[in-house]
Design a protein around this ligand. Sequence first.
Ligand code: NAP
Length: 246
Amino acid sequence: MSAVADQLRVALVTGASRGIGAAIAARLASDHFVVGTATSDAGAAAISELLGENGTGMVMRVDDEDSVASLYATLAQQDRAPLVLVNNAGITRDNLLMRMKPEEWGAVIDTNLTGLYRVVKPALRAMMKARWGRIVNLSSVVARMGNPGQSNYVASKAGIEGFTRSLALEIASRGITVNAVAPGFIETDMTAELTPEQVELMLARVPLGAMGTVADVAAAVAFLAGEGAGYITGETLQVNGGLHMS
Ligand code: NAP
């Protein structure tokens, strides 16, 4: 680590190899030392290359407790306990509930929701000691709207918003804020699977008339991770072009 990077707060961003996570990692790297995670060595190497001297890529699976423990052990050895944590890693396994296999239900809940439990818990001690911390969790607009074919994903994201409020109450007195960002319809690999007809139908419902970009979401996360958001906790910030207002 360079002398300058040494003085920066450490931000851990899960799922930083592509899409929204990569944009968040790049954005936070302007004033943090960013540890971005991927599920493969190649993904981790790409993150290191993207971040240069203000960050590094590491392998970690949020659905594997040993993998999470190993990441935190490495960070502790390097004296890089994160005071900013962005829980971005997430998956979809869409199906109508009538056809949904137990594996499709289980994978989404285990990765998106139980993964949050696995990653957040070990981060708290250092934040409490510092009496400062920022936790930002990626939800989705569908947590409040619902979405046919996504009962597993929507349940996981609604769970993330409830988790966010409860943890915010538990640790507010320690100077740690816990918030969520709920993106709407954002251009990434996740939405690239949609047909042109599905995209057209969705866009007709977005008052701002366009898909959001990963930079739009990264800006909201950076705000909640910064000093300026110190009096905001337990909130979910919607980044959806007006698709849903709550
Ligand atoms: P994406 O392009 O599909 O990328 C997913 C990221 O999560 C990748 O970095 C992936 O790593 C990582 N990941 C997947 N499974 C993992 C696991 N078991 N352990 C650790 N990391 C894992 O996703 P995205 O579209 O950028 O979405 C990012 C977040 O925003 C998700 O939580 C998603 O639910 C939410 N969101 C997205 C949209 C949208 O329109 N795209 C809308 C609302 C909410 P690898 O590259 O190594 O596989």
